[in-house]
Design a binder for this molecule. Sequence first.
Ligand code: NAD
Length: 424
Amino acid sequence: MATPISTIPKIRDALRATFRSGVTRPIKWRQHQLYQLARMAQNERELICDALKKDLGKPKTEVLMAEVGCVVERALKSAEQLPEWAKTEYPEVADWQKPWKPALYKAPRGTALIISPWNYPMILTFQPLIGAIAAGCTAVLKPSELVPTFSQLLDEIVPKYFDPNTYRVVNGAVPETSKLLELQWDHIFYTGSGRIARVIATAAAKHLTPLVLELGGKSPVIIDSAYDIDLAAKRILWGKCNNAGQICVAPDYVLVQRDKQDELIKAFQKHYDSFFPEGALDSPLFGSIVSDLHHKRLTSLLSRTKGQVVLRGRSDAARKRLEPTIVKDVAEGDSLLEEEIFGPILPIVPVDSLKQAIDFVNARSHPLVLYAFSDNENVKQQLVAETQSGGIMFNDTFQHVAVKELPFAGVGESGCEILLHLRM
Ligand code: NAD
């Protein structure tokens, strides 16, 4: 159920009042909220799994591993590390400045607005919240209307673990989000598409609100012809099948040496058969497409491709199911290269050299991730030096998101951080 629009300004005001009261400042209080979040994820996991099964057909193992487990782990880790993060720092300064004792206090920004998408709705809502809690901010959570059962569940469970005047869910679609965006916030954290990011950034600019934009785009895969093609195929297919390809870091298209294309296709077929011996259409291990609209979008991309479909995934529009589909000989200008695929379709673009693959990637917007399969150190260094992306991962697909010691962000069209440093 959508939050009544007339209540939204009052919710924001209540959160600001709580922030100004100073209640969110003590480290012990913040640690307690982080433990509450871990408790919530742990205690309510069955309801969360059921909701995501209903909204996205998401397999339970995927939810426990990539949504619930990550939230628990990150909340606990943040609670443990918080005293260190929040410590006042005393920078080394020149001798003549030492008597001033310059200090760097870590201050919370205030009240944050967190807007999240539907594809990993748990981790993408609560990971930014972990940051807000740790920093000592209050926050509104605006989950996606495309996962209605999950969003409704949040509305019910969040108040059981948090004071509604500190952390609060606002549900709804464009009208409710537009109302939220009319108001002034102290920080906005948006995860979603570049198209809507422009709406968010425009609204934030009106109030000079600092914001983080976590976006997506087409993450390419480059396969060095000397690499083990069978192993590359297995790992790429695994990456593409997670959440039915609806993940910001899904491998979007593959660039492979022309004479290796057929070997790669054979390997995809072999691994597909071992992942889904009965096919993926009815497999409980394979997710559904989020909406009829996205199902239509994907089948329309496929109907317009000039490439050759070599692994034909069956489609069931009524159940929003689409099996993994592989298309070979895809070339510049093809429908499958128009936009982020965000579904289980994998185009293969044959190239004649590594240089051509690099040029192909560089002719497009900076990807969120560049995947490359190569054992050759020189090739790896060349890719690091000659391409630009949010991250680069060798010889596997998106395992890097599990390494919490590494930062995760995009660059340019795949995401950015807009901070304001105004000096008088
Ligand atoms: P979505 O449609 O659920 O939209 C995201 C949020 O924006 C929702 O909360 C929605 O209510 C809000 N929204 C939609 N239209 C709006 C409007 N006109 N005005 C204000 N708010 C509006 O999700 P999506 O955009 O389809 O998400 C998929 C995209 O997100 C993909 O591009 C994917 O790559 C990207 N993504 C990025 C990351 C990351 O961490 N970088 C993670 C997941 C998804």
